[in-house]
Design a binder for this molecule. Structure first.
Ligand code: FES
Length: 56
């Protein structure tokens, strides 16, 4: 499922970036540009990030 439509970033891509070491929205933004345009994906991306960090 696409999370960030502005940059075509899927939940799988976000999860992969976290697996590769991203630990914050800033990391996700610099790696995938998530949240760097309209910002509508921020809440959803944050949820994925927080959930994944709990699992790590
Ligand atoms: Fe991610 Fe617009 S949907 S910045």
């Amino acid at each position: 499922m696409y999370i960030c439509l502005c940059h075509g970033v899927s939940d799988k891509k976000i999860e992969q970036a976290i697996d590769d070491g991203a630990r914050s929205m800033r990391d996700l933004s610099s790696e995938l540009k998530v949240g760097s345009q309209c910002g509508k994906c921020c809440n959803c991306a944050k949820k994925i990030l927080n959930q994944k960090l709990i699992d790590i």
